[in-house]
Design a protein around this ligand. Structure first.
Ligand code: ADP
Ligand code: MG
Length: 203
């Protein structure tokens, strides 16, 4: 695995932002099925704002960059997911050192998940982004060989596993049983973020 430096930090931010932006239509169509159809446009707007300051974000210490990304997402994404993704990145910024170990990332992600749960009054199993973030955190905390490949697979499997769930939080919960049979848009966007990070770190 690569150690953190400015080049890696730039690559990570670019990879996450470009993947989310490239999948905006897919995220929108997932949200059309069980929400109001704005998740793709929301996420695209947020990560385009991040890219406008890519030079600044790449050169700041990692904790500061993560905080700034969280602020940008909080202000630009909107909807339910804006404050939650803002919380995710801002908590990572608060918890992580400039060049974190795998164990430190696992601990910081656990703190970020707890912060999202507090903010969203939500738990795992309710068909949200948490149903990807929590299993990914568990896999990360377990460590071991081929970690980035396993994390990527875990994120995809976990996003797919939201399809048969019944939504208990957010707009999708208004549909009750009719939310069953569709992948949660926030689970898919979280999967894209994890996969982009794994692609860069794992090479
Ligand atoms: P909105 O629902 O306001 O239109 P978005 O469409 O941008 O916002 O985001 C919807 C996603 O946000 C959902 O797919 C879900 O993953 C996530 N979400 C919504 N409410 C919560 C919550 N209380 N806790 C965790 N995640 C949530
Ligand atoms: Mg929506």
């Amino acid at each position: 695995m690569r150690t953190m430096d400015q080049n890696l930090q730039r690559e990570l931010i670019m990879a996450v932002a470009t993947s989310v932006i490239a999948h905006a239509e897919e995220l929108t169509s997932l949200d059309q099925a069980i929400g109001d159809g704005d998740h793709g446009i929301n996420m695209k707007r947020g990560f385009e704002a991040v890219l406008t300051d890519i030079d600044g974000l790449a050169t700041r210490p990692l904790p500061d960059a993560l905080h700034a990304i969280g602020m940008a997402l909080l202000m630009k994404i909107g909807g339910a997911s804006g404050p939650l993704y803002g919380t995710l990145f801002m908590t990572l910024g608060k918890e992580l050192p400039a060049s974190p170990s795998t164990e430190e990332v696992a601990r910081a992600l656990a703190a970020a998940i707890a912060a999202i749960k507090a903010r969203g009054k939500s738990e795992t199993g309710e068909k949200t982004m948490l149903d990807v973030l929590a299993p990914v955190q568990a896999e990360l905390a377990g460590g071991g060989a081929e970690l980035t490949a396993r994390l990527r697979r875990r994120a995809f499997d976990a996003a797919a596993a939201t399809t048969p769930m019944k939504a208990m939080r957010g707009r999708a919960s208004f549909l009750g049983e009719r939310s069953i049979g569709h992948m949660d848009p926030g689970a898919r966007s979280s999967c894209l973020i994890v996969a982009a990070v794994c692609d860069v770190i794992g090479g």
